[in-house]
Design a protein around this ligand. Structure first.
Ligand SMILES: NC(=O)c1ccc[n+]([C@@H]2O[C@H](COP(=O)([O-])OP(=O)(O)OC[C@H]3O[C@@H](n4cnc5c(N)ncnc54)[C@H](O)[C@@H]3O)[C@@H](O)[C@H]2O)c1
Length: 345
């Protein structure tokens, strides 16, 4: 099916492509996932035309169900590993297509690596053909298990090239290289966000990341599984703040094209997070400790000075407030959750 894009949904007719007037669309690759669906919703709310392209590997149509009623929204089922062509004029591309949870991206490491590298190249070629600006959802994982904290964009990282996380970490690093080569040699307007741990409503209940897992485990009365002794730290950014940052970066002037950290610099141990979740849910789940996964980073904290200065990025949602909203979301969807799951931080 190379080159073809299967489209469905009430607004994915040729009409969308041909009769959209002069207005260009925004393509959100990975738009049915956690972050992508929030971006699609924001863009639709702002009156933009949105094409959501996804292979539904870790995303879900449920995440974009409400948007399908909008005349400005179109969903297309496609794997970014395959060449992409769309007839519509496109002004901006967000590349969020990649599983983000270690449990999910380690299921098919070759596909994850190809998604990061070949998928990025396919989207870059589309951006070139359309004259579109393109934003890459890169990651704090490019810093690996960092030797310095907080991590500034100038830090080059300590990454294992062949460990179980390498398919993701090195794939994302290679994707950054591709972005900057397309910028230098083909004149593309690129933006690269290095996203730090982000959480919020619409995470999949079986996603495998620490915030959603602790909440779902607590709500289901299952043991909360903490790896190691729980003293490893993470910085948790609420999704609304992150989306503000991504959209500001997309709209930023050309001198913002070098990588930009986006996240919330507040730092918490994983054990503190577990205790907060237990207190907020009123759960009596016990905390159980198990071995740390290979290459699990000890510490993660973004230095967001650049994003503050250049984008006015200022995360506002405190962890307590964001957890309340996320717990309320998972409480609402608990009826559909029944299977046990594993957790990776
Ligand atoms: N959420 C975070 O904390 C975080 C942190 C750093 C980086 N990121 C990056 O942000 C992006 C989105 O992350 P998320 O948390 O929303 O994850 P997610 O798994 O919820 O979303 C990823 C989406 O991409 C789709 N996808 C995966 N492979 C694809 C492929 N080959 N072709 C087409 N679609 C594909 C999935 O089906 C899913 O809808 C990812 O690129 C991730 O690496 C996220």
């Amino acid at each position: 099916m190379a080159g073809e894009v299967l489209a469905f949904g009430p607004n994915c007719s040729a009409e969308f492509a041909l009769h959209g007037g002069k207005e260009k669309s925004v393509l959100v690759a990975g738009g049915a996932g956690f972050l992508g669906s929030h971006i699609c919703a924001r863009l639709i709310a702002a009156g933009r035309r949105v094409i959501c392209l996804d292979n539904l590997m870790t995303g879900s149509l449920r995440n974009v169900r409400e948007l399908a009623e909008s005349r400005n929204f179109c969903f297309r089922l496609h794997d970014v590993i395959d060449p992409i062509w769309l007839d519509e004029p496109i002004s901006e591309i967000y590349n969020l297509a990649c599983p983000a949870s270690p449990e999910k991206y380690q299921r098919d490491p070759l596909h994850t690596f190809q998604t990061s590298v070949r998928g990025a190249e396919n989207l870059l070629m589309l951006a070139q053909a359309k004259g579109a600006r393109i934003l890459q959802a890169s990651t704090s994982e490019v810093y690996g298990d960092p030797e310095i904290s907080p991590q500034q964009e100038s830090y080059r990282g300590a990454v294992n090239t062949f460990g179980p996380r390498a398919c993701y970490d090195e794939g994302k690093r290679a994707a950054e290289t591709l972005f900057y080569e397309f910028s230098a040699h083909r004149g593309l307007e690129v933006r690269v966000a290095r996203i730090f741990n982000t959480y919020g409503p619409k995470m999949a209940h079986d996603d495998g990341r620490v915030v959603s897992n602790f909440i779902v485990q607590a709500l289901m009365g299952q043991p909360i599984t903490v790896y190691g002794d729980g003293s490893q730290t993470r910085s948790f950014c609420y999704v609304d703040d992150l989306v503000d940052g991504l959209m500001a970066l997309m709209a930023s002037p050309p001198d913002c094209s070098s990588p930009m950290n986006l996240g919330n610099p507040g730092e918490f141990t994983v054990l503190e997070l577990a205790q907060k979740v237990l207190a907020k849910t009123g759960s009596h789940s016990p905390i159980v400790f198990s071995a740390l996964p290979t290459d699990d980073p000890r510490q993660r904290r973004p230095d967001i000075t650049r994003a503050r200065e250049r984008l006015g990025f200022n995360p506002r949602v405190a962890l307590d407030q964001g957890l309340d909203a996320t717990i309320a979301y998972f409480s609402g969807v608990m009826g559909s959750i029944s299977e046990p799951f594993k957790q990776v931080s």
